[in-house]
Design a protein around this ligand. Structure first.
Ligand code: UD1
Length: 367
């Protein structure tokens, strides 16, 4: 089977890595090509992950870069179409919910190339999120849907997706976490020393509703300033958030509120493992903290990963200054809850995906 994998933005790399790794253990069955759309292009948002996750260099980088959502989606489509036509793969594998995911799926659906979507079925039910639109549309037109949790299956069935397309395989992001945990742990002593860390709150924020409006961003940074009087805060700042802080002329001059560049995968995982608390608006970090049993506050009105609340350590929090400060105190007082890992978040999701592809291959020979 000729498989063309697509990655575009930071959260894609840790999802495709275990799938490619597992397929490369079966060279008799799979020929693989990796294409990077170039949605993320900085060393710290992209290159470092290839090295740390041991991903092969992409055969091709489409070099799309940043722009409005429509521009970015359209540009990926224009540049991706000739690549699929040239390689004519049996399957295109897309992951997650970024603009590149939808753009490449759309291209394939128009020219009759089959698409498998890894991390299908997640829904926030909030259509103001560009990622929700990407998820809904990708899942409607993809041919094979690999879900990380049971709620994903239920969402897809409710949307009329045929049952035979849906496969509950577990969470590929956790495959990467499980594999690289020892390496991340080994980095902790030097990281701890370099950053002079004791107890700390780890923060990431990049969603448009938190960072694109001056008042919203200011309110969150005010809360962080207040919290930093009690606990050191490490805030690796996404390029989008960095731009906004600069644009809005916001000053942050608290001694223990550290605005840093984004970390690579291993250092960030080491920081999550040792954080007293995490505050985020990312999807993947809600899952990683649940797996690790680290308390997490999610600065969003909803989540497409309800299992992290139901079973895990996650709690949604309003983004007013008072709500954030109160939630910080409450969550810290609760301490570490008992660790509850969702079913099939066991480090073997990619193996299950590969078995399904192999079955499909066998069936296509039989018919
Ligand atoms: C994208 C994804 C989001 C994911 C996030 C992880 C969509 C709709 N959103 O959001 O789901 O959680 O990536 O990071 O696809 N920038 C750089 N360097 C880079 C990449 C981006 O400076 O390497 C800046 C650009 O100025 C750009 C801004 O960040 O305008 C936003 O980048 P973009 O990829 O459009 O969206 P994200 O906010 O990163």
């Amino acid at each position: 089977m000729k498989i063309l994998h697509v990655v575009g933005a930071r959260p894609n790399f840790m999802k495709i890595a275990p799938v490619m790794r597992e397929m490369s253990r079966h060279p008799e069955s799979f020929e693989q090509i990796l294409v990077h759309t170039g949605q993320h292009y900085d060393e710290i948002m992209s290159d470092v992950f290839f090295e740390e996750l041991e991903l092969p260099r992409p055969e091709l980088n489409l070099g799309v870069g940043s722009g409005s959502h429509s521009w970015q989606t359209a540009e990926v489509m224009l540049r991706f179409e000739p690549v699929v036509i040239k390689h004519h793969p049996d399957w295109v594998v897309v992951v997650g919910d970024v603009n590149s995911t939808l753009a490449c799926t759309l291209v394939c659906s128009k020219i009759g190339v089959r698409v498998a979507h890894v991390e299908a079925g997640l829904r926030s039910f909030d259509r103001n999120m560009p990622e929700e639109i990407n998820r809904l549309l990708t899942d409607q037109i993809a041919d094979l849907l690999f879900t990380p949790s049971q709620d994903g299956d239920q969402n897809l069935l409710r949307e009329g997706v045929a049952r035979e397309k849906i496969h509950l395989v577990g969470n590929v992001m956790i495959d990467t976490l499980v594999r690289l945990m020892p390496k991340a742990k080994a980095r902790w002593p030097s990281l701890q020393e370099d950053l002079g860390l004791g107890r700390f709150l780890l923060v990431t924020l990049h969603r448009h509703f938190n960072v694109d409006e001056p008042d919203a961003l200011l309110e969150i940074l005010d809360a962080l300033s207040e919290i930093s009087e009690e606990m050191t805060i490490l805030f690796p700042v996404h390029p989008r958030t960095r731009q906004r802080i600069r644009e809005f002329g916001i000053e942050t001059n608290k001694k223990d509120l550290h605005l840093l560049d984004p970390f690579g995968y291993l250092d960030f995982l080491a920081l999550q493992i040792h954080a007293d608390l995490v505050l985020t608006d990312s999807g993947g970090i809600q899952e990683e903290t649940t797996y690790l049993g680290v308390p997490c506050l999610t600065a969003r009105p909803n989540t497409e990963r309800p299992i992290t609340i139901k079973l895990g350590t996650n709690r949604l929090v309003d983004t007013t200054r008072k709500a954030l400060v109160d939630a910080f105190h409450d969550k810290l007082a609760e301490g570490r809850e008992s660790r509850n890992v969702p079913p099939l978040w066991d480090g073997h999701a990619a193996e299950r995906i590969i078995s399904i592809f192999k079955e499909l291959n066998r069936d296509s020979f039989l018919t």
